[in-house]
Design a protein around this ligand. Structure first.
Ligand code: GLC
Length: 643
């Protein structure tokens, strides 16, 4: 059952697509599910409080830090471009305000609120679940059902069916910030092909553009783009360019000129175009919350689609701001007034001021959208920007190429964006802990409707190592987006950079053997508003141990995954709530099978093996590996199962 409670005058985020009659929140909210207070006094104008009992677990929040069970920490929905995902970080790139309380009471809440919102889940007071924000304009959805899985299904039904990615998007993708020209891309393809490593996609990071200008190609680097896209197509490779949110301020650049002439950019208070520096230098932000500007920006993707492109990744759309001219002016003033004449500098303040130029709250507070004739301050709708940039592209694809299946994913998101594209989880690092974080985010994202998801395998920042990459790929075998991506300046991490390439081939081949099965699972999850990845707690609801397992997941109805995520490990411990068949994909292509009883086990897994568990009375199909999705031969399918 779903009830919708209205407080104040909410902004229509369009996260929910089903019409539900709103009840007066103050009068009608059922106190059994928490207490709500509202005040006009600044901070925390809206407060929700629920007293958790000892064994209550709290799930949800999509792309958020820490555990699958969110209890014990504090999280802030505030889409942020922060590339250092340490445990203390409160905000990442997405804002997914959906939580489930699983205990004596079972219920879920969706706080449909597009600005900053705090979820303190037993952090300041261990039994208090607190949710607050500083305006009381929101819709709060309360969902109750027999089981947690039913609750998720009900929620997913009201937010609408998730984006369905094309099948080729389940292939392996190679990416790196730093590939600069056609030769670099050709080398990536030929080295994969020559080494017999399957590959379907090569990602084009910002260097393909002319001076980082959206929808341009640097013709010195790629002289005939359409011919190049075709050449890659003949190699069965999809080129996937990046599109950034900011449009370079440059007189004569058509996208800039059109946006400016039509008032399609976000404005300062005085009505001039707001400017913020990102990769190209100063940029203007397309006002994607304004339907007309959104349609205009989306239409811009057509030039690349006309050249044969069938996939995009939308980036820097929190929106990320390196600095603004106003911020620089403040900094100069601080310098003139506080530092210029000093012999010793106040170093902490100086560092703070410098770092604080980026993604500064004052900047987000100082620009405006024009939405259906109304001026709306960005800070009140901040978390909707990436969502609407991706919506712009997706809505335009329906017009530009209605018959084409286009891959689309975004860095920033809000619930609702799941209907338009997938996400990748941004700039992680080559840290072992980030393999586990990748795993933990999968079910949380699924709860919120995001099904085409994945992390930068091998880690984006820092230098990867051979063993870390192999272990991470062995998890990536199961994630819808399987992409190796890394930052400019870090150690090269294409699989052919490392010794014993056959080990990498063995792991990536397993992905291709599973693609028909995995794509089916994914598609079914999309169609049925289901989760592809479930915490053990959602299925083995009566098993106290299973409820606390955070490093294993159920995949669809048939499988359990349990990747190795520690350095120098020869395997790992797993917990089985029921008897299962433990299988290992071996480097020679054979499959080891062993029945394991319910309980704790240590399983040995070498770096070139992929572990998997099949549940009792279940089977899955596997095929022969292929060099790309298009060449998978379904007639080679065989079943492995356990009846
Ligand atoms: C951002 C993206 C990253 C990309 C880089 C350069 O940091 O998250 O994936 O490589 O920008 O475009």
């Amino acid at each position: 059952m779903i009830r919708k409670f209205r407080f104040g005058k909410p902004f229509d985020t369009e996260a929910v697509v089903e019409h539900i009659e709103a009840e007066n929140g103050i009068e009608k909210f059922d106190n059994r599910y928490g207490e709500i207070s509202i005040t006009d006094a600044g901070d925390s104008a809206f407060c929700y409080r629920y007293t958790m009992s000892d064994n209550d677990a709290v799930y949800g929040l999509g792309e958020a830090n820490r555990g699958i069970n969110k209890r014990g920490y504090i999280y802030v929905s505030n889409c942020s471009d922060d590339p250092i995902h340490t445990e203390d970080k409160l905000s990442l790139y997405g804002a997914h305000n959906f939580i489930i309380v699983d205990g004596n009471d079972k219920f879920a809440l969706f706080f449909d609120y597009p600005s900053e919102m705090t979820f303190d889940i037993g952090f300041n007071k261990q039994d208090l679940l607190f949710v607050g924000c500083n305006k009381y304009d929101l819709d709060l959805y309360l969902i109750t059902a027999e089981s947690i899985l039913d609750i998720v299904k009900e929620f997913r039904t009201i937010i609408g069916q998730s984006y369905l990615a094309p099948k080729f998007a389940f292939g392996y993708g190679q990416s790196r910030w730093g590939y600069k020209n056609a030769e670099d891309f050709r080398e990536v393809v030929s080295k994969h092909r020559a080494n017999n490593i399957p590959l379907d996609m090569v990602y084009m990071d910002i260097d393909y553009m002319d001076s980082y200008k959206d929808f341009t190609i640097d013709s010195k680097r790629i002289p005939d783009f359409t011919a190049f896209v075709n050449e890659m197509k003949n190699e069965k490779i999809h080129l996937i360019p990046i599109i950034d949110a900011g449009v370079k301020v440059q007189p004569g650049y058509d996208v800039y000129e059109e946006g400016k002439a039509n008032d399609y950019f976000c404005k300062r208070e005085d009505g001039t175009d707001f400017e913020a520096a990102v990769w190209p230098g100063l940029t203007c932000l397309p006002d994607v919350l304004n339907p007309e500007a959104r349609a205009w920006f989306g239409e811009k993707y057509s030039s690349l689609i006309d050249a044969g492109i069938d996939g995009f990744w939308n980036d820097m759309n929190e929106p990320a701001i390196f600095y603004t001219p106003e911020g620089v002016e403040d900094f100069k003033q601080f310098y003139d007034e506080s530092i210029k004449d000093l012999k010793e500098i106040p170093s902490f303040e100086l560092v703070g001021r410098t770092v604080g130029l980026a993604n500064n709250k004052n900047d987000y507070d100082s620009f405006y959208h024009s939405i259906n004739g109304e001026r709306v301050c960005h800070k009140d709708v901040h978390n909707l920007y990436g969502y609407n940039m991706t919506r712009a592209a997706s809505e335009a694809f329906g017009k530009i190429a209605p018959d084409k299946d286009i891959l689309l994913f975004s860095r920033s998101s809000y619930i609702g964006m799941h209907r338009y594209g997938g996400i990748w989880t941004g700039d992680n690092n080559s840290w072992w802990s980030h393999i586990l974080l990748n795993l933990k985010m999968l079910p949380s994202l699924n709860m919120c409707g995001f099904l085409y998801i994945g992390a930068d395998l091998g880690g984006f920042g820092c230098n990867t190592s051979r063993d870390l990459l192999l272990r991470w790929l062995a998890l990536g075998v199961f994630t819808p987006l399987m992409r190796n991506h890394s930052a400019d300046g870090t150690r090269r991490q294409e699989v052919y950079q490392f010794e014993h390439i056959e080990d990498f081939r063995a792991v990536i081949n397993v992905r291709y053997r599973l693609i028909p099965y995995l794509y089916e699972c994914y598609k079914n999850a999309v169609i049925n508003n289901d989760m592809m990845f479930k915490p053990l707690a959602f299925v083995y609801t009566e098993d106290r141990i299973a409820r606390t397992v955070e490093d294993q997941l159920l995949l669809s109805d048939e499988l359990m995954i349990a990747p190795v995520y520690t350095q120098n490990a020869i395997g790992r411990y797993v917990y089985l709530s029921e008897e299962m068949m433990f299988i290992k994909f071996m480097p020679d292509g054979s499959i080891n099978k062993q029945i394991l009883d319910a309980g704790h086990h240590f399983i040995e897994v070498a770096l070139n093996e992929v572990p998997l568990f099949i549940r009792k009375n279940q089977k899955i199909s596997i095929v022969k590996p292929a060099r790309c999705v298009d060449e998978i031969d379904i007639s080679t399918a065989e079943f492995i199962g356990y009846c």
